[in-house]
Design a protein around this ligand. Structure first.
Ligand code: FES
Length: 70
């Protein structure tokens, strides 16, 4: 199980790769924008810290809990 990575918003079934693409296309730099577009991160919001890290660094694969350790 240690190889399991966090790679998507489960509620919206959107991979972080797709979210990154969408944010670039729509010129969205904050999670707020993505939530207002109803694209990701407005369900359980467990993915929010990961999506925030994605927007900051471009990273699309995380170890569970990784954004919390920074
Ligand atoms: S996993 Fe993204 S809102 Fe639930």
């Amino acid at each position: 199980m240690s190889s399991q990575k966090v790679t998507k918003c489960i509620c919206h079934d959107q991979s972080f790769e797709t979210i990154k693409e969408y944010a670039r296309e729509k010129n969205l730099s904050t999670i707020d924008g993505l939530q207002k577009h109803d694209f990701c991160s407005n369900g359980c919001q467990l993915c929010s810290p990961y999506v925030e890290a994605l927007l900051e660094t471009g990273q699309t694969e995380f170890l569970p809990g990784e954004p919390f350790g920074k």
